[in-house]
Design a protein around this ligand. Structure first.
Ligand SMILES: [Zn+2]
Length: 529
């Protein structure tokens, strides 16, 4: 499956700087540098995953070594793509362009090899180019070894470092590199680009589907293309060439975010009519009552975070839409109100799970919340003036002596079991990662913050790293993830299939079913999901 994912990303990988998506500033700076022949010995490309760091590094490697169509060209911002140098870099077999992933080769010996090789002149090219991806993963001693070469770099050597975590790179290294920041790709850019690529593949994509794909990609072009790949795979049954919004929504497991924000806004405004209308429309479109409630809980949690840690609104690792819309809603609210809403929803969750009609229970819970939002807070009733007319949405802070409601701490409890951890990843809207967790992970041991596992061959090479990043983002704590060759438990999917089989067998063994089969020989039992 992982090979399918990368098809589009690889097929449409940009060849020149001007083709980089959403990185105009970077492209311009590099183009000017190359034209003026003012290039550093070491480049540092920084940005979130999937924005084009290694693509840029490869373009640079071609720019530095291209000899042009006639074999007489020099350094150029527009590598020709056809000369022997360009072609061999494209095919990853250029003798002087050495790419290494610091995530898997972190040691000082790996770097010594690089340094040793840097002493010798380029074999066929103009420059020897070392591309070191995820450079922040190098060990301290590896950085130290590298530093000596960076202090006195041989003239024929260029280093191109790429990283997602610049703060982990020592100052001594940073000061010897020219730093380039790759921007998180704006949703509008992503939407346009995904549309274009889909059209080249012969598919139309509904606008809402594009917006949802772009939102899920959250600034990463590679993720966007992977998701588009998946959406196309789900669509292409040979008849249709239209990727529908409903397909994408189901694929991403989205209760449509926009409507969710509208719903929460209505709740806190105490607008019952709107609350019910939006809730019903979500349920009508296939949203499950418990899932809708869970999404509302998530959002209330997010609003509380924003209210207590306002810097989060500038935290680029959260989707921009969540930050902007979240701030708009959280603005007039206060923490005690959010706390009460949270408690009410949590209690309501049990009710929804137990009620004979979960959708009715959901509506009742939300109506209760509307009333609460509209009622004055306890501390406001008790304040010295004895006036009850203070509006509920006043941002006035609670009076300490009266209010005993404590402000929530933002430390996040780590998931206690592997299953809970997987659920947490699901809430993070990481569909690719989530799917691999279900299908490709054989758990060996789990404790909060520490996982040992075996991976199936279908898991992508960056799986462990992505999981680590996602978990540390979600829990604000570093996770230790070890890969082992031990057998481990079955994957979650296999376990589920096994359970299903057992349930089916129990049904077949049931005396009533057996009696039916006796009375009506040849009866076939069909299981409906
Ligand atoms: Zn060339």
């Amino acid at each position: 499956m992982s090979t399918v994912y990368r098809v589009l990303a690889r097929k449409y990988r940009p060849i020149t700087l001007s083709e980089l998506v959403g990185q105009e500033v970077l492209a311009q700076a590099l183009t000017q540098g190359i034209e003026a022949n003012r290039l550093p010995h070491a480049f540092l490309l920084h940005g979130i995953r999937g924005v084009g760091k290694t693509t840029t590094a490869r373009i640079l490697a071609r720019s530095l070594n291209c000899i042009g169509v006639d074999g007489k060209g020099g350094i150029t911002p527009n590598p020709c793509g056809v000369c022997s140098s360009c072609v061999s870099i494209n095919e990853d077999r250029h003798l002087d362009v050495i790419e290494m992933d610091a995530a898997s080769r972190t040691g000082v010996d790996d770097i010594r090899e690089v340094i040793e090789s840097a002493r010798y002149k380029a074999v066929v090219g103009r420059f020897k180019v070392f591309i070191i991806d995820e450079v922040h993963m190098l060990s301290k001693s590896a950085f130290n070894a590298l530093l000596k070469t960076l202090e006195e770099p041989p003239p024929h050597v260029k280093f191109i470092f790429a990283t997602t975590e610049i703060h982990k790179i020592p100052e001594t290294i940073l000061s010897r590199c020219m730093r380039f920041d790759l921007k998180r790709i704006e949703p509008e850019h992503l939407v346009k680009h995904l549309k274009l690529i889909a059209e080249k593949e012969g598919f139309q994509v509904e606008q809402e589907a594009l917006v949802n794909l772009a939102r899920a990609a959250d600034g990463s072009l590679r993720d966007g293309l992977s998701l588009l790949d998946q959406a196309i795979a789900l669509t292409s049954d040979g008849k249709e060439a239209l990727v529908k919004a409903t397909v994408v929504q189901a694929m991403l497991g989205l209760v449509d975010r926009e409507r969710l924000f509208t719903l929460v806004r209505a709740l806190f405004e105490g607008n019952i009519e709107k609350t019910i209308t939006v809730t019903q429309s979500l349920l009508k479109d296939g949203g499950d009552a418990t899932m809708v409630l869970q999404d509302i809980l998530d959002l209330v949690y997010w609003l509380t975070c924003l209210k207590t840690v306002p810097q989060l609104q500038n935290e680029a690792s959260w989707p921009l839409a969540d930050r902007q819309q979240g701030m708009e809603i959280a603005g007039p609210l206060n923490v005690p109100l959010l706390m009460r809403a949270w408690q009410l929803l949590l209690k309501g969750y049990e009710e929804v799970c137990q009620a004979p009609s979960s959708s009715q229970a959901l509506e009742m819970v939300l109506i209760r919340l509307c009333y609460m939002a509209d009622a004055p807070l306890l501390h406001q009733l008790l304040d010295g003036s004895n006036k009850i007319s203070i509006p509920a949405h006043s941002s006035q802070q609670p009076i300490a002596s009266v209010s005993t409601i404590s402000v929530p701490s933002i430390s996040i409890t780590l998931p206690a079991t592997f299953e809970e951890m997987v659920k947490l990843v699901e809430t993070a809207k990481e569909p690719i990662l989530f799917s691999h967790l279900l299908h490709d992970v054989y758990l060996i041991s789990y404790k909060p913050g520490e996982i040992t596992l075996r991976l199936s061959a279908k898991a992508p090479s960056n799986f462990v790293q992505n999981l680590k990043q996602t978990l540390s983002k979600l829990t604000r704590q570093d996770w230790l993830i070890q890969v082992s060759q031990e057998q481990g438990q079955n994957t979650l999917t296999e376990q589920k299939q096994e359970e299903q089989k057992q349930t089916e067998q129990q049904v077949l063994d049931h005396p009533v079913v057996a009696a039916i089969k006796d009375t009506f020989p040849g009866t076939k039992v069909t299981f409906i999901d």
